[in-house]
Design a protein around this ligand. Structure first.
Ligand code: MG
Length: 159
């Protein structure tokens, strides 16, 4: 078994769509970024890459490449899942936490997990997404951005 950790943070700006776990969340504020800036999916992708010491998303999908402009991060995650499989591993389970002062996200967590089921090809019971506020502490607590952490376990899988 191998374990991976991922972390990401994006700034909240007015007038961008807010996409988390592939769910478009009604909000006047969205995350700034080159892709759809889905901070949860970025943390998950980094955790998967990290489990196999393959670097991070920024290395594989650089924001200097125009073909990643506005791309769905779930599409990038699908590519990462393929890389894990090619190396003879499969994802066993995933846990993650969003740190978001606002908007309230609890009602969207199941939808995010269902999106991840499709991309990760894993059952719902092996995919955890949680949310915390920042207790109004620091920049995240002032809702200047949203952060995410993810950890995953991968196990050898015959090719
Ligand atoms: Mg990111």
């Amino acid at each position: 078994m191998r374990i991976g950790i991922g972390y990401d943070v994006h700034r909240l700006v007015r007038g961008r769509p807010l996409v988390l776990g592939g769910v478009v969340i009604p909000s006047e504020w969205g995350l700034q970024g080159h892709s759809d800036a889905d901070v949860l999916v970025h943390a998950i992708g980094d955790a998967l890459l990290g489990a196999l010491a393959l670097g991070d998303l920024g290395e594989h999908f650089p924001d200097t490449n125009p073909c990643y402009q506005g791309i769905s991060s779930l599409t990038l995650l699908e590519e990462v899942v393929g890389m894990v499989r090619e190396r003879g591993y499969k994802l066993s389970n995933l846990d993650s936490v969003l740190i978001a002062q606002q908007p309230r996200l609890a009602a969207h967590l199941l939808h995010m997990r269902r999106n991840l089921v499709d991309v990760l090809r894993l059952d719902l019971g092996s995919i955890s997404v949680k949310v915390k506020t920042a207790e109004q502490l620091g920049s995240l607590g002032r809702a200047e951005g949203i952060a995410a952490y993810a950890v995953c376990l991968v196990t050898p899988h015959p090719l």
